[in-house]
Design a protein around this ligand. Structure first.
Ligand code: AR6
Length: 182
């Protein structure tokens, strides 16, 4: 298993699944959601209409249609309201539920955007810790997913993610070393 941080438009990722930061209607919107719907074509919209929406923290899957990715996992991040409305738990659920759907679908490679960090205004410094710790914790417990990409479109977010991922990898290696010695 491995994790990689990339600076790229998620719609160009050739992976088994890309994750969409959707809203509860699952019928499209702005940000990464708009970009995914534009790139996947109207068949994606038609498929989403049949899903009947999705709760915050939940996830649903469709094909990727005109995208290079085979599937799209649509998850609904929380809108940041100051931190007292279970936003952190709900964001964690987005990552976990997306990964669980990936396992069920036999998906080996998956790309996540920075869910809730745009229009939904989740503070990126908090969101990145939840994203990276949740994904890395899941990969430790589960061998089915082989590669997870964190995909960012601006330099600032890319650096934020890169630093946190590097730190987690270093911590993990230290921990393993200590266990070997112990
Ligand atoms: N590839 C990767 N990341 C992107 C792309 C892209 N093509 N475009 C934007 N981002 P947002 P949210 C980054 O606003 O905060 C929609 O209207 C962006 O820079 O897309 O979860 C939905 O329908 C930011 O860091 O999602 C919902 O109503 C991150 O993706 C609402 O927005 C997430 O920003 C969801 O808001």
């Amino acid at each position: 298993m491995s994790v990689e941080v990339v600076l790229q438009d998620i719609t160009s990722m050739k992976v088994d699944a890309i994750v969409n930061a959707a809203n509860r209607s699952l019928l499209g919107g702005g940000g990464v959601d708009g970009a995914i719907h534009r790139a996947a074509g109207t068949r994606l919209y038609k498929a989403c209409k049949k899903l009947g929406g999705c709760n915050t923290g939940g996830a649903k899957i469709t094909k990727g249609y005109d995208l290079p990715a085979k599937y799209v996992i649509h998850t609904v991040g929380p809108i940041w309201q100051g931190g007292g409305a279970s936003e952190e738990t709900l964001l964690k659920q987005c990552y976990l539920n997306s990964l669980e759907l990936a396992v069920l679908g036999g998906i080996k490679t998956i790309a996540f955007p920075a869910i809730s960090c745009g229009i939904y205004r989740f503070p990126p410094e908090r969101a990145v810790l939840i994203a990276v710790s949740t994904v890395m914790g899941f990969l430790k417990r589960n061998d089915d997913v082989e590669k997870v990409y964190f995909v960012l479109v601006d330099e600032h977010m890319y650096k934020l993610y890169k630093d946190v991922v590097d730190e987690f990898i270093l911590k993990g290696e230290k921990h393993a070393e200590e266990n070997n010695q112990g």
